[in-house]
Design a protein around this ligand. Structure first.
Ligand SMILES: [Cu+2]
Length: 166
């Protein structure tokens, strides 16, 4: 019995080791993945465009309240967190300091709502390409995700043009 147990434990340990190796990549990220990010994408824009935006869903599984307080990308001079509001019948974007994500809650960055605004593009991401977006959380710190560049609407259901205020 004793021997059997030991063998079992040994097998179990090896299994864990193998699992550890297999999961090493994601596992490292998982540490920071107290914030679960999914569905991330960057809007494909014309080559002459100076701005674009990133969208995603963030679930706070960290066990403590957190907030998205910034973001970084290599291809933009400036990155801000924006939201959208209606003003004088027009939709306009404005900068926010953070997107609060209480523990257990989900924040959705989507067209017509919160988004990561990338300005002063030094190279314009092209459709089909994957780009790195680093999100900065107050507590969880930095989390880098790969975001697909694809076409997407502006979230302007009424068809009104967005006033660009950058
Ligand atoms: Cu914006």
């Amino acid at each position: 019995m004793q021997k059997f147990m030991k063998q079992n434990i040994a097998v179990f340990s090896v299994s864990l080791l193998v699992l550890g190796v297999v999961l090493a990549g994601p596992a490292l990220a998982m540490d920071k993945m107290a914030m679960h990010i999914s569905g991330q994408w960057v809007r494909a824009v014309p080559p002459v465009s100076k701005t674009t935006a990133a969208f995603m869903t963030i679930v706070n599984k960290s066990g403590q309240d957190d907030a998205l307080i910034g973001a970084e990308v290599e291809f933009a001079g400036k990155v801000e967190i924006h939201n959208v509001r209606k003003k004088d019948g027009m939709m306009e974007m404005f900068k926010v300091e953070e997107v609060a994500i209480p523990k257990g809650k989900t924040a959705t960055l989507k067209p017509g709502s919160f988004h990561v605004m990338m300005m002063g593009l030094t190279s314009v991401p092209t459709k089909g390409e994957t780009v790195k977006v680093t999100l900065v959380f107050r507590n969880a710190g930095k989390v880098t995700v790969e975001a697909e560049v694809r076409e997407g609407g502006m979230g302007m259901e009424n068809g009104k043009k967005m006033k660009m205020k950058h």
